[in-house]
Design a protein around this ligand. Structure first.
Ligand SMILES: *[C@@H]1O[C@H](CO)[C@@H](O)[C@H](O)[C@H]1NC(C)=O
Length: 336
């Protein structure tokens, strides 16, 4: 055999591979009406119960939300709230009464909610130094912290706008003249405490400048134990957000009245933000949020309706499969 013969043979072999002939075994599903209807029915039957269970979990959560920023400004100052909040000589304490409308099982989570607060602003987000939070003064390149970087030529620890604007309202809870115990430990992520905030970094010169942005920190406690700061520095993606303040570890009964002694320190008035206090229980799915349940029920019922519509159409206009007289070009020739 010559070389060209051999070549031709080889070509002949490859030419008849199943792959080159596109005759490999393959799954070729045909979406017959029966199949489509069954799939829609099945989806509906799975999604609706899951949605109802999810919705039930969300509805079982008891929540008390109290907006206090407006009412905690004494009557004479209501016309000029900004000068009220900026004047340190006016006392900022305020009492609120929360009525419990449904039995609340411990642990009851305490959140503060801020509205219209853009923690996601481009320059705010960047204004911190992760390395400094972990290593402290040893780390010098803190230029990312601008405009809150230095105080008297010393770098501020922790530097940056986020830390500087730490939320500083405080809450105390009293029921029938006894103070409710609030557990303020373990409110931050463990991974943040262990790996992002230094165990030997102390906020020795924090909030010492002329312009005070928010909360102060105890300089004798390392950053890894300053949980309020850690919670605050995990910035929120949306302008309305809740942050965990603590947990009440006693049950609250129906018609209990909880008196809240709060210090209304934080200035949300200059940007028309709102402040709310939230008490909430939790379910196996977390807090109160109907969205997931409603989405499941919506998708499930849409599938059921589609299944029904298709079934009616199928029963009404039944015809054999593969009838070529229905093809458009055949139909046209029929009508001519
Ligand atoms: C709380 O933060 C505000 C700024 O929002 C500040 O003016 C005020 O001095 C702070 N108060 C305390 C007690 O830290």
């Amino acid at each position: 055999m010559t070389d060209t013969d051999r070549e031709r043979d080889r070509n002949k072999e490859t030419a008849f591979y199943m792959f080159t002939q596109q005759t490999l075994p393959a799954c070729k599903p045909v979406l017959t009406p029966a199949w489509v209807i069954t799939i829609f029915l099945f989806t509906g039957c799975i999604f609706i119960p899951v949605g109802l269970v999810t919705l039930r979990a969300s509805r079982s959560v008891v929540e008390i939300v109290d907006r206090y920023d407006a009412e905690c400004v004494p009557e004479p100052f209501r016309i000029d709230k900004i000068s009220y909040i900026q004047d340190d000589s006016i006392p900022k304490n305020c009492s609120r009464f929360l009525k419990v409308h449904k039995y609340m099982k411990a642990p009851i989570y305490i959140y503060y909610q801020l509205d219209n607060y853009y923690q996601n602003h481009r320059r705010y987000v960047k204004s911190k130094s992760d390395q400094q939070l972990l290593h402290g003064q040893k780390y010098h390149d803190t230029s990312s912290c601008q405009p809150v970087e230095f105080n008297n030529d010393h770098t501020i620890v922790p530097c940056g706008l986020i830390a500087w604007s730490l939320f500083n309202d405080t809450f105390k809870f009293i029921r029938e003249r006894a103070e409710l115990k609030v557990n303020r430990k373990n409110i931050a992520w463990k991974s943040d405490r262990d790996h992002k905030f230094g165990k030997k970094v102390y906020p020795y010169n924090f909030q010492n400048g002329t312009l005070i942005g928010g909360g102060k920190l105890n300089p004798r406690i390392p950053l890894s134990d300053q949980e309020d700061l850690i919670v605050w520095m995990r910035i929120s993606a949306l302008p309305s957000f809740r942050k965990l303040y603590g947990r009440i570890e006693e049950d609250l009964d129906v018609d209990d009245v909880v008196m809240v002694h709060l210090m209304n320190n934080y200035n949300t008035y200059s940007f028309s933000g709102k402040k709310k206090l939230v008490l909430s229980t939790s379910s196996w799915l977390g807090g109160k949020n109907d969205f997931l349940g409603l989405a499941f029920v919506f998708v499930g019922s849409s599938s059921l309706i589609l299944a029904l519509v298709f079934m009616l159409l199928h029963l009404r206009y039944r015809r054999p499969y593969g009838d070529t007289s229905y093809l458009p070009w055949n139909r046209k020739s029929l009508s001519v």
